[in-house]
Design a protein around this ligand. Structure first.
Ligand SMILES: [Zn+2]
Ligand SMILES: [Zn+2]
Length: 94
């Protein structure tokens, strides 16, 4: 019952205590990651797949789970809008 309570109170709750997911979340919320994201978007200014320049997100060209040493490498970042980013991961996974 306690777990159900947490689930309902927290919309970001994904369930389970997957260590890998926790590690990814830690990277995503780190100040260094935010800085990387900002720099990548600033460089590209628009989505690389469509003319959209709103809701921009930075995507890792080489997945950061396979290439952890390239996580904060600007050369490994590309700008995608939220929609294209979602589509990309739907087709290619994470
Ligand atoms: Zn991505
Ligand atoms: Zn786009």
């Amino acid at each position: 019952m306690k777990e159900k309570y947490i689930k309902e109170k927290n919309p970001n709750w994904k369930g389970g205590t997957d260590r890998k997911r926790n590690k990814k979340e830690k990277i995503r919320t780190s100040a260094e990651y935010r800085k990387w994201k900002k720099t990548v978007i600033k460089r590209d200014k628009k989505c690389s797949q469509c003319p959209n320049n709103k809701n921009l997100e930075a995507h890792h060209i080489k997945s950061f789970s396979k290439f952890p040493n390239l996580i904060y490498n600007i050369e490994n970042g590309i700008t995608l809008c939220h929609k294209c980013h979602k589509t990309y991961h739907k087709l290619n996974g994470f």
